[in-house]
Every structure is written in C-alpha cells, then in structure tokens.
Design a binder for this molecule. Structure first.
Ligand code: PMP
Length: 393
C-alpha cells in the first residue's frame, strides 16, 4: 500500500488520521478513536456530522431526481430560494456550490449594476485581512498578506481599506468604486468583530455615495452568530449577501442574495453546471427548516454564552490575553505562537481527542456544530484545558 495521501496533490499538511464516521459533534477515525469536533469542516456542518434531517433529505431527493440541469427549474431550487427570501431582507437568490463562487457572482452583479446605473463603476473595496475565497478574483478581493503576488498577475479592480476605520473607506473611494465587500466577523483573520458604529457608518456612507454594500456571510450566516444572519446584529440591511458553508450542512451549496433593484443580470450573464442542483438544494432546505425551528437560535445563543464564559475562565486561569467572538464563532488568544501545537496536542489526547483550528499562530478558532449540547461544551472545555496545560505550563 502506498503512503497515506501520496497520490493526492499536497495542498495542506494533514495528520496521519483517516476519518470514517461522524455523528453530531463527534468524529471517529478508522482505528476507532473518537474526537470531539470544534472545527466541523471549517464552520460547514451547522447541524453537526451526518445530521438525520440532511441524510433523509439527500436520500429522498437522490431517489427522486439528482440533476435535471441548471437550465430547468426543479422543486428544491424553488423552495430553497423562497425560504431564503422569506428569512432575509433580500428578494432574489442565485444558487451555486462554494463561497468563492457566490462571492464572484456578487462582484459580477455589482459590476453589471455599475455599468447600468453608475456610468461603468467597477471597483470593489475590501478590507485588510479579509477573506473571500481562493479563485483568482477572490484572492484579489481578499486582504490576506502575500495574496496579491503568489499567482500574479491578479485580476484588477479591487482596493483595500482598514477594518473598523471609516476614514480609510472614504479615502479608498474613487469615481470607479461600485461596492464595498465586508465580513461582519473576519473569520480567517482571527475572528475580528466589526464595531457596530463602524457598520452603521459604512451603511450610511454606501447609501450616500451610491455604493453597494456586499455582506460576505459565508462563515457568519445561517445561525452561526446567534441570528439567522450576522447583519441582524447591526440593525442594517446590506444590498447583497453571500452564503455558503453552514447553508449546506456539509454538502457544497452556496447562495448569492440581492435586493430587487440590483437584480440586473441578463440571461447568459451568469451561470454554472451545478447552479440550483436539487440534491444540494434539498440539503439546504433541510438545514434551513431546522434553523427556523422555534428555539433553535435561542439555543445557539445559550450555548454561545456558556462557551464564551468557559473560555473566559480558561483565559483567566492560564493568564491568556482573552477570548472573543459572536455566537458559536469564537476565538481564544494565546500569549505566544503556540496555537498549532495546542491543536496537535488536543487532537492526540487519549482516549478522546479534541479537534481545534489554528487560523493564526497565536489564536485558536472554534466553530462547533450549532447543535452542540451543554455537556459536550463542558467536555470540550475540559479537553482544551488539558491541552493548554500540556503546552503552556
Ligand atoms: N468567504 C468567507 C468569509 C470565508 O470564510 C470563506 C471560506 N473560509 C470563503 C468566502 C470561501 O468559501 P469557499 O471555500 O466555499 O469557496
């Protein structure tokens, strides 16, 4: 047998573990070891691993119809769009497969609108350390250091402002600017929260200067921050919003939503082979039905409060700089660059491992299933303490 993963193109360094099963907040590897999962495929499995409602929806839909093609309507596509419109402040939906694809769609729609309504304005202002995906254009839109050069030449038409600094947004605006694209919580950058005052000023500035406000809610949407969408935290409405990750509950599904006044694609302007695929849309519907259940979001907020209090106690006990986050998207800041080491030690704990994510050298990020139980949070906090003791003490 060849060495593990030898036939795969290496894109990330993976531990020597092969996962075989997952249920709720738990993963089991092929040797039978169990792991409490606070990563959940990078905030994707909103209902945990293999949730019964998604499994059932996929099985039912697969038996009925897998793919009539994107040029025809199918029932789950229509129902999902209707549900998203009912749940949000938006009027129209484009369905796709990944966050980057939805964000590309948002940029295309904004530029189309700019051509029609704003004399050809095309430039998109993003934020330093922002993350919008890995296509070439989304790498240009992102503010990750180094991303403007590794695959140069990069698509043009993207400017950068400083997060939470309205003056820097004003300075970045030119006659060519058509939109501002923002994550209300910068996830990959280390769970940086937008200030409510900044978001409200940004909304007002966009309205005043006829710019579109694009909310990238790929990571923050679908209950992750304790509300259906993070824009609700700020009492504002964006003009466009993108969703991915949590909406599919583990399968590749994303969405671009817009207000009617911006709905200006002509037939043929935008598309894709998997856009509106009924199998994925059926999974999305199953997720949304759960998230819309009475008390679901209230439970997320309760678990978020419990988790945040536990992390704060850990920060005090281990003399760490602190914790932060919104809902069940949280981070713990370490005093030095040992996050990767803590994640490795946590994963190797026995008999039960803990899966953690280290998006920055000195920071752990937590994205548990929105359905995680109070007992599982307590168990996770206990395992985290063990790993921190091992590495920091
Ligand atoms: N936007 C944000 C805010 C994200 O966090 C991510 C993924 N981490 C993306 C876009 C890209 O999504 P995908 O990997 O599905 O293309």
């Amino acid at each position: 047998m060849s060495e593990l993963g030898n036939e795969l193109i290496t894109i990330i360094s993976r531990p020597d573990i092969v996962f075989g099963q997952g249920h709720g907040s738990w993963l089991t590897d092929e040797r039978g070891k169990r792991y409490l999962d606070l990563v959940q495929g990078w905030a994707v499995n909103s209902l945990g691993h293999s949730p019964a409602v998604v499994v059932q929806a996929l099985a039912d839909q697969a038996r009925r119809l897998v793919n009539p093609g994107p040029a025809f309507y199918n029932r789950p596509m229509l129902d999902l769009a209707e549900k998203l419109v009912a749940l949000s402040c938006f009027d129209r939906v484009f369905l796709a497969s990944s966050g980057a694809e939805a964000n590309e769609g948002a940029v295309k729609l904004a530029r189309r609108w700019g051509r029609k309504m704003r004399g050809g304005a095309y430039q998109i202002i993003g934020f330093e350390h922002g993350f919008h995906g890995r296509t070439l254009a989304m790498m240009s839109a992102s503010g990750k250091p180094g991303w403007d050069s590794i695959y140069a030449p990069m698509p043009a038409g993207f400017a950068k402002a400083k997060f939470n600094d309205i003056g820097s947004v004003e300075r970045a605006i030119s006659q060519h600017t058509v939109a501002v694209m923002i994550e209300f919580v910068q996830g990959e950058a280390g769970v940086n929260l937008a200030d409510p005052g900044f978001v409200r000023e940004l909304r007002a500035l966009c309205t005043e200067r006829q710019l579109l406000l694009i909310a990238d809610e790929v990571q923050t949407g679908i209950g992750r921050c304790g509300h259906a969408f993070a824009y609700e935290l700020f009492d504002i409405e964006p003009d466009l919003m993108t969703l991915a990750k949590g909406i599919g509950g583990g399968v590749p599904l994303s969405a671009l939503l817009c207000k009617e006044r911006i709905n200006c694609f002509e037939p043929g302007d935008q598309g894709g082979t998997y856009c509106g695929n009924p199998l994925m849309a059926a999974a999305g519907l199953a997720v949304l039905n759960e998230v819309c259940r009475e008390d679901f979001l209230e439970q997320v907020r309760l678990r978020s409060h419990q988790f945040s209090s536990g992390l704060q106690q850990i920060a005090r006990d281990f003399k760490l700089p602190g914790e932060r986050g919104a809902g069940l998207l949280r981070a713990l800041v370490l005093p030095s660059d040992q996050a990767e080491q803590v994640a490795t030690v946590a994963r190797n704990l026995a008999p039960v491992g803990l899966l953690l994510n280290a998006p920055r050298p000195d920071l752990l990020r937590f994205m548990p299933a929105l359905t995680i139980s109070a007992a599982e949070i307590d168990e996770a906090l206990g395992l985290l303490r063990k790993a921190l003791r091992d590495v920091l003490c």
